[in-house]
Design a protein. Structure first.
Length: 460
């Protein structure tokens, strides 16, 4: 069922028929698709539609809505209905919602929870905001190793619900400490009278409750898991983390870094839901900083006003020179920031990066410088443009200027992220516009300094 049809049914209030589509092969409507259909609808209309859903469908759709809309729904629904939704959410979805609240707002929404859920939520909210505690699901299934496969299956059927967290069963001792894990398929494929301890492989991995979300993403990638247990310092099993929550973390981090790398503050809400003046505020700060930085370009050119007045031809190549330096710097920054995000590089690798980028900068500079030299030579020889009697010296100036500026651009682009990381600043803030502005200003100094040396006594 396509998005257009889903929107049409929502707008016509055909909720019962909409939700019944899941029974027919090829016409399944996932809760995420319904949430996506709400994206460009007015908030008040969405709240009204959501309130008309069957209550079980409200619980299913709620976690897929954006946080701002979730808050609005809870505030506008009758408290009894809102409480039911929040208490019926899986523990990880509930924690995700409450971890985004602060101060009075957090106290207000905690009042919607049952005492048991309130205590559990309070406990998990006590951990750092970037820890896996903000994502764990406490609805896990645990058994003891001295059970048989048949006993374990009977126990699971009796005491556990069918949730995404029960794809893997955890083996704990009498004190709740994690021993190992067993995928459900291993229970199904082994003989009923076989002991659980006989089908363990000893390769269980676990996250600590204080581990960061980034560490969790790295562990999921390294071990290719769909769910991982979370333990405390005594190895007591506290909950599990599922791959769908980790994918959300990765998506948020990637989006945030892309926005910062583009030269703006990261958005708190999706673009289509961000208010106009909030969007302006997120963009204006960096634009002002970059504008002030670019003003230094005019200052640099003013410093070399005498040289420009003597050799106006030098001004023709200013856009070429500064764009080459900015582009090489942006390239290097992009490569290093991504390598650091993937843990391929750390700040300890700065010397390796510097050596590599010096060679890269020289090579790329020679390539671009040669093209610039050939361009001036060809235009002069074929009489397409007259650069004057000193055209060869001008070509040499452009060659060495490009070598120096591209080298400086690659070094700046590669070192700035490492320096920022050293001072515990997100390397993504060394955005392409920031590096380009830095290289623009310094590039002009390099260009005119080289020109002053090579053209002294001729054009200058």
């Amino acid at each position: 069922m396509n998005l257009k049809n889903i929107k049409s049914r929502l707008l016509h209030g055909d909720f019962t028929n909409l939700f019944s589509f899941g029974r027919n092969r090829g016409q399944q409507v996932h809760p995420a698709e319904i949430a996506r259909a709400f994206t460009d609808m007015p908030d008040d209309a969405v709240v009204q539609m959501f309130a008309s859903f069957p209550v079980t469908n409200q619980v299913n759709v709620f976690p897929y809505l954006d946080f701002r809309l979730e808050k609005k729904i809870v505030r506008q629904l009758p408290k009894e209905k809102a409480s039911y939704i929040l208490n019926e959410l899986s523990s990880d979805d509930r924690i995700t919602f409450y971890s985004s609240l602060k101060g009075v707002e957090l106290s207000f929404f905690l009042d919607f929870l049952s005492e048991a859920n309130k205590r559990a939520t309070h406990d998990l909210l006590g951990y750092p905001r970037n820890s896996v505690a903000q994502l764990i699901n406490t609805d896990f299934a645990a058994i003891e190793k001295d059970m048989t496969v048949a006993e374990a299956c009977a126990y699971l059927r009796r005491y556990h619900k069918d949730t995404e967290a029960t794809n893997v069963i955890y083996i704990v001792d009498k004190d709740g400490r994690l021993i190992d894990d067993v995928p459900v398929r291993r229970l199904v494929l082994n003989e009923p009278d076989k002991k659980i301890e006989d089908i363990l492989d000893g390769f269980g991995n676990a996250l600590k409750i204080t581990d960061t979300k980034e560490q969790a993403v790295a562990m999921f990638k390294e071990y290719d898991r769909v769910v991982l247990p979370v333990v405390n310092t005594d190895d007591v099993l506290l909950g599990v983390l599922t791959v769908d929550d980790v994918l959300d973390v990765e998506e948020e981090a990637t989006t945030r870094n892309m926005q910062r790398f583009g030269g703006l503050e990261s958005l708190d809400y999706p673009y289509v839901k961000t208010k106009f003046f909030s969007l302006i505020g997120k963009r204006a700060g960096w634009l002002v900083i970059l504008f002030v930085g670019e003003m230094l370009t005019a200052t640099a050119m003013g410093h070399f006003d005498a040289e420009i007045s003597k050799a106006v031809v030098l001004a023709l190549f200013v856009p070429l020179i500064i764009s080459s330096g900015g582009n090489s710097g942006s390239q290097a920054a992009t490569l290093i920031i991504r390598a650091m995000a993937l843990k391929e590089l750390t700040i300890k690798d700065w010397w390796y990066v510097m050596r590599r980028e010096i060679l890269s900068g020289l090579t790329l500079g020679i390539i671009l410088g040669s093209i610039g030299f050939i361009r001036i030579t060809a235009w002069q020889q074929f009489h397409w443009f007259d650069y004057g009697i000193h055209w060869l010296l001008l070509a040499v100036t452009i060659f060495f200027s490009l070598v120096g500026i591209v080298l400086w651009g690659t070094l700046s682009g590669s070192m700035v992220p490492i320096v920022l990381k050293k001072f515990r600043i997100d390397p993504a803030t060394s955005s392409a516009p920031f590096v380009a502005t830095l290289v623009d200003v310094t590039g002009l100094v390099i260009y005119f300094s080289i020109a002053a040396i090579i053209l002294k006594g001729t054009l200058l």
